[in-house]
Ligand binder design. Structure first.
Ligand code: NAD
Ligand code: DAU
Length: 354
């Protein structure tokens, strides 16, 4: 048996594929454009019989059709996306192209393939669209966490483009009976995350004695889930979720950004103290806030816990400690992904070298 994963060279895709194969999962065909965020080195150690990488664009419906016809997967896990909110503000076009047009192209190719399957294969086929809690917009400090019934109210070009995918996946189920499922996960952290995102950016900048750029007052709240827990949630939804349904997933770890930064800095103070006795947190600087910055995300995971038995395995302090350690040990990986493109982004966005 085979599954088709898109975006498998990225942060969550890499962790999903490694977890899937480690738990005896079926062969993976990985369709990825290998943008700045994708790194083939993450998976190059996998044997060809368990992982086949195909370089290509999810917007290319003909390519997707050919892959589906040749490899006959039992499921598609659609992770490929432009995923960084700040980049979506600086240049939304790529987000509309990959996240909206690409999701539509992949859905069309998958629907045609599914239409041609025999009854049993058709019945068991699944298309999992990996979305985000950001589609629900922003919460006030005392509001209840997002449920699957919360209104869709995206605030950034990124979240609006992801919400478009939600709507398409839902419409394909309602209109064609196509077996799509949607997940809305909170902020992931862990190994292999590209260092443009908050946690790895802060770890790397702190280790390199560079400024730690805190947007606005730093009092924004995110719910953090370890990426391996998210990967397990995706496998559960794939195996046990009901077509047409939506599942929220989160880590039950709501934290203010400044608190996350303080924790990172205190781990580094212990593991690799700065010269002269100063603390890593002294590198923090408040910078101009992100336009339209969502103040708070929190997800109610009651449905996935009740219906599919999901429980996050990581407590945030342990997961953060092992993540900091991973970035300390894997300096070679960091060097390999912080290319000229990364340095261009750091310069244009923060006015600093990467
Ligand atoms: P990422 O940016 O690390 O990886 C994205 C991958 O998609 C990269 O390998 C990239 O090369 C590939 N890609 C981009 N455009 C492509 C295209 N046109 N065709 C084929 N491949 C393409 O992202 P991530 O953090 O791993 O997120 C994966 C998915 O999970 C995304 O859909 C994202 O919206 C969703 N998600 C992320 C988080 C999070 O906290 N990171 C939380 C919830 C949901
Ligand atoms: O909630 C799920 C989403 O989480 C995913 O869908 C996105 O793909 C993922 O990027 C993430 O979005 P955020 O915008 O929440 O993540 P980011 O790591 O960019 O920022 C986390 C918080 O930290 C946010 O409040 C902005 C703040 N921040 C971020 C950066 C990069 C800073 O204060 N300084 C920074 O330099």
């Amino acid at each position: 048996m085979t599954i088709l994963v898109t975006g498998g060279l990225g942060f969550i895709g890499t962790n999903f594929i490694l977890g899937h194969l480690a738990s005896g999962g079926d062969r993976v065909v990985n369709l990825d454009l290998a943008t700045y965020a994708g790194n083939l080195g993450n998976l190059s150690h996998l044997p060809a019989e368990s992982h086949l990488f195909v370089r290509g664009d999810v917007c290319d419906a003909d390519l997707a059709a050919r892959i589906l016809k040749e490899h006959r997967p039992r499921a598609v896990v659609h992770l490929a996306a432009e995923s960084h909110v700040d980049r979506s503000i600086a240049g939304p076009a790529a987000f509309i192209q990959t996240n909206v047009v690409g999701t539509f192209a992949l859905l069309e190719a998958a629907r045609a393939y599914w239409d041609g399957l025999g009854a049993a294969e058709k019945d068991s086929f699944r298309f999992l669209y990996v979305s985000t809690d950001e589609v629900y917009g922003s919460l006030g400090p005392d509001e209840a966490p997002f449920t699957e019934d919360s209104p869709c109210a995206p605030n950034s070009p990124y979240s609006a483009s992801k919400a478009s995918g939600d709507h398409l996946a839902r419409a394909y189920y309602r209109t064609y009976g196509f077996p799509s499922l949607v997940t809305h996960c909170s902020n992931n952290y862990g190994p292999y995350q590209f260092p443009e995102k908050f946690i790895p950016l802060m770890i790397i900048n702190a280790m390199d004695e560079r400024p730690l750029p805190v947007y606005g007052d730093g009092r924004q709240v995110r719910d953090w889930i370890h990426v391996e827990d998210h990967a397990r949630a995706l496998s559960l939804v794939l195996d046990k979720g009901a077509p047409g349904e939506t599942y929220n997933a989160g880590g039950r770890a709501e934290l203010v950004n400044l608190e996350v930064l303080e924790r990172i800095c205190s781990i580094l103070d212990r593991l690799s103290p700065r010269k002269g006795g100063s603390q890593h947190l002294d590198l923090a600087v408040h910078v101009t806030d992100r336009p339209g910055h969502d103040r708070r995300y929190a997800v109610d995971c009651g449905k996935i816990e009740r219906e599919l038995g999901f429980r996050p395995a990581y407590a945030f302090p342990d997961g953060l400690e092992s993540t900091v350690e991973w970035y300390r040990v894997n300096r070679g990986w960091v060097e390999s992904v912080t290319s000229g493109e990364y340095r261009d982004w750091m310069r244009s966005h923060y006015g600093q070298e990467g």
